[in-house]
Write a protein that binds this ligand. Structure first.
Ligand SMILES: [Zn+2]
Length: 109
């Protein structure tokens, strides 16, 4: 069963704080989505475990009673520190990024 929570987090794609939907599966975070650009982050818990202590992971990943400012800050810090391979983008965003790269390349030729 999925539950949802809203929070202000820093979006890597928008490059600013935007409203995010945090999706919990049971009591654990499943994914985080930016409401503005639609970028979805799916967090690989196994990979995250290698970089963080169990306490930190539990605090970040477990569904809170309510979204606090402290947790929003922790989540943002966590997202910014993630290796890029954990970050997934929806197809639409990937296409936009590809177009931008193509434009830049064409200018070079
Ligand atoms: Zn965004």
């Amino acid at each position: 069963m999925y539950t949802y929570m809203k929070g202000m987090l820093y979006c890597l794609y928008c490059k600013k704080e935007t409203e995010h939907t945090i999706v919990y599966e049971g009591d654990m975070i499943k994914k985080i989505k930016c409401d503005e650009c639609g970028t979805e982050l799916e967090i690989d818990k196994e990979k995250a475990k290698k970089n963080y202590t169990e306490d930190f992971i539990n605090r970040i990943f477990t569904k809170p009673q309510r979204m606090t400012e402290e947790l929003q800050k922790d989540l943002t810090a966590f997202l910014l520190s993630l290796p890029i391979r954990i970050v997934t983008k929806p197809y639409r965003v990937l296409e936009e990024v590809k177009e931008q790269i193509d434009k830049i390349r064409r200018k070079d030729i």
